[in-house]
Design a protein around this ligand. Structure first.
Ligand SMILES: Nc1ncnc2c1ncn2[C@@H]1O[C@H](COP(=O)(O)OP(=O)(O)OP(=O)(O)O)[C@@H](O)[C@H]1O
Length: 300
C-alpha cells in the first residue's frame, strides 16, 4: 500500500521519529472514522536485521548490510502494509533503487528527512546508552558522505523534513501522501511482457550506452553545451527527453552515471523482481529510467 523512506544523519533521531510515526499511523488505522483497507505497519531497520553500527566502518560489510536491507524491504512491500525503512539511506542511488521497487509493487511513497545538526548528532552519539553508538571517525565519515534528499527528484518526493527541534512528525501531510497520493505506474509506457533476465541485462546495458552516446553527440552538434530539455533520437520510435545542465558534460561523468545505474538495476533484475510480471525492462522503460537518473544525479 505505501512505502516510507526515512533518511538522515547517523544518530539524528530517526528511530525516535519512526516510533512517533508508527504510533500515529496505528491510531489512525484503528480509528472508527477510518474507512480504508485493513493495513499493518511494518518497520525494516538495521536493528530488526541485527546489523551492528560497526558495518559502517567497513565498506564491504556495509555493502552487504545494504543488500540485506534491500532484500528485506522488497519482501515486506505489499498492498496490505505501510512499510517504513528506518535506516540512514544516505546514498541517492539506494533511495532510487527502493523507489523503483516500490513503484513495481504499485505503492504510494514518501520520504521523511530527519534533520539534525552535526553537533547535535555527535552529542547524542556520545551520550548514547543503548550500546549502538558509532565510532567517532565513522560518524564523521558518514556525515561527509551523506547525500541529502531533494524534493526535486522523483524518488525523494514527496519529501517531508522534520527538524530536530520539532516536537512531532507532520503526520497529517504524511498520512495524506500515503493514503491519497498518486500511485506511479511501474513505467511510463505500456506494461510489457516480462523479459528473461538475460534480455533485460542486455537491454539495460545497451540502452544506457546508447543514451550516453546520444548526449555526447547532441552536445557536439550544439557547439559544446547541450543544456535544457533535449530530445535524444535513439531510433525512429524511441526519442526520450532529458533535462541537461547548461554546461559541458564529460564522457567520463556520463559513463560513471551509466555504471551506477546499470549496477543498481542489475541487482533488481538478478534478485528476480522481473518474475512478478510487473517490471518493464523494455528499451522505452530503461530509457525513461536512465533519463530521470541522469537528471537527478548530474551536477548542475
Ligand atoms: N530529540 C531528541 N532529544 C533527546 N535525545 C534524542 C533525541 N533524538 C534522539 N535522541 C537520542 O539520540 C540517540 C539516537 O536516537 P535514535 O536511535 O532515534 O537515532 P537514529 O538516527 O535512529 O540512530 P541510528 O543512526 O543509530 O539508527 C538516542 O540515545 C536518543 O535518546
Amino acid at each position: 500500500m505505501a512505502f516510507i523512506t526515512i533518511t538522515g544523519f547517523p544518530c539524528s533521531g530517526k528511530s525516535r521519529r519512526v516510533g512517533q510515526l508508527r504510533a500515529h499511523l496505528e491510531i489512525r488505522l484503528r480509528s472508527p472514522v477510518y474507512e480504508g483497507p485493513r493495513l499493518k505497519v511494518a518497520v525494516v531497520s538495521d536493528d530488526t536485521l541485527n546489523i551492528p553500527r560497526s558495518v559502517y566502518g567497513d565498506g564491504r560489510a556495509e555493502k552487504s548490510a545494504r543488500g540485506a536491507l534491500f532484500t528485506a524491504v522488497q519482501r515486506q512491500m505489499g498492498q496490505d502494509t505501510i512499510l517504513i525503512v528506518d535506516s540512514m539511506n544516505y546514498i541517492k542511488g539506494f533511495r532510487y533503487q527502493m523507489y523503483c521497487a516500490a513503484r513495481e509493487h504499485k505503492l504510494r511513497v514518501c520520504t521523511v528527512f530527519v534533520a539534525a545538526t552535526q553537533e547535535q548528532c555527535k552529542a547524542w552519539n556520545a551520550s548514547r546508552q543503548d550500546g549502538r553508538a558509532y565510532a567517532p571517525e565513522t560518524l564523521e565519515n558518514l556525515m561527509m558522505r551523506y547525500e541529502e534528499p531533494s524534493s526535486m527528484v522523483r524518488w525523494d518526493s514527496p519529501l517531508f523534513t522534520v527538524p530536530w527541534i520539532d516536537e512531532d512528525v507532520p503526520i497529517d501531510d504524511i498520512w495524506k501522501a500515503i493514503t491519497e497520493g498518486n500511485v506511479k505506474p511501474p513505467n511510463a509506457g505500456t506494461q510489457a511482457v516480462p523479459k528473461a533476465p538475460t534480455d533485460a541485462l542486455r537491454t539495460l546495458e545497451h540502452t544506457a550506452t546508447t543514451i550516453v552516446a546520444a548526449i555526447m553527440s547532441e552536445q557536439a552538434s550544439s557547439g559544446g553545451i547541450a543544456g535544457g530539455r533535449v530530445t535524444l533520437s535513439l531510433s525512429p520510435t524511441l526519442k526520450p527527453t532529458v533535462n541537461l545542465p547548461a554546461r559541458s558534460l564529460t564522457l567520463s561523468e556520463l559513463q560513471r552515471l551509466k555504471r551506477q545505474f546499470v549496477t543498481v538495476h542489475k541487482k533488481a533484475i538478478t534478485l528476480g523482481t522481473t518474475e512478478k510480471g510487473v517490471v518493464d525492462w523494455s528499451e522505452e522503460s530503461v530509457a525513461e529510467k536512465f533519463a530521470s537518473y541522469i537528471e537527478g544525479n548530474l551536477k548542475p
